[in-house]
Design a protein around this ligand. Structure first.
Ligand SMILES: *Cc1c(COP(=O)(O)O)cnc(C)c1O
Length: 240
């Protein structure tokens, strides 16, 4: 019998949880490497953002130990206390959810990158914060105008609005694949839209696309920023 690593049941559970996290992270990390190779791209072209919504700050701490530096959140009221609790860590916070203009200032306090810019009023609100922010324009790839994201026909005018503001750095486009369409073909359309934005703004080369179930298809269509949640973090924890 060798030494036991833990005496309290709580820390046993914690050790098991972080071992599972490490395993899931390693699996996705390898999946990204494989998808890049299949697409004849290098792994360095792709940034992995781990979406940590629904999960506590401690899980983000565990992710940092695994080498994660980019995390994503979709609700300000959840993200703000986490970012505050983890201010000692070398993290870049990405805001990926729908953003109300009246929350722009508060979100800009901790988030450096906003992936969900989809209307002129939000561009104006982000510019008014006078914070240097990286901006992705979220495109609606569905037929439902009620979904988040700018209509493709309005994408270039929106890009022009962003370019008017020196504090806003237009990085590129973002989208979520529609549930009723093959992800690869949806991301192919996003890539075409990206090409049009690049014609207007040559440095706006980034494409934020790909989640737990479709990141390989996104990589195949040129994604540079993956937003992966549950495949790494596990399911949403039960409320105590
Ligand atoms: C939750 C979320 C993700 C991550 O989704 P998973 O399916 O858990 O990987 C990515 N992007 C946005 C905008 C999200 O809200």
């Amino acid at each position: 019998m060798t030494t036991t690593i833990s005496t309290s049941p709580t820390s046993c559970a914690d050790v098991a949880a972080s071992a599972e996290l490490r395993e899931r992270y390693a699996r996705i990390d390898q999946g990204i490497v494989d998808a890049c190779r299949a697409a004849d791209r290098t792994r360095e072209e792709v940034t992995l953002i781990v979406v940590t919504k629904f999960h506590p700050a401690e899980l983000v701490r565990d992710l940092v130990e695994l080498g994660v530096r980019d995390v994503g959140e979709n609700r300000h009221q959840d993200a703000a206390p986490k970012a505050a609790a983890l201010h000692d860590l070398p993290l870049t916070w990405h805001f990926v959810g729908q953003l109300q203009s009246n929350k722009a200032r508060a979100v800009a306090e901790y988030a450096r990158v906003i992936h969900s810019v989809d209307r002129e009023s939000l561009v104006a609100a982000l510019a008014r914060t006078e914070r240097p922010l990286e901006v992705f324009l979220e495109v609606n790839l569905t037929d439902d105008p009620g979904r988040g994201g700018v209509e493709p026909s309005q994408l270039l005018p929106l890009a022009e609005r962003v370019l008017e503001h020196p504090t806003l750095d237009l990085r590129g486009v973002m989208a979520v694949a529609p549930i009723d369409e093959d992800a690869r073909s949806a991301f192919a359309r996003l890539r075409e839209l990206s090409d049009r934005v690049r014609a207007l703004a040559p440095t706006a080369t980034a494409i934020s696309a790909g989640m737990s179930n479709d990141y390989a298809e996104a990589i195949a269509e040129g994604a540079t920023h993956l937003r992966i949640g549950t495949a790494i973090t596990g399911k949403r924890p039960e409320r105590p």
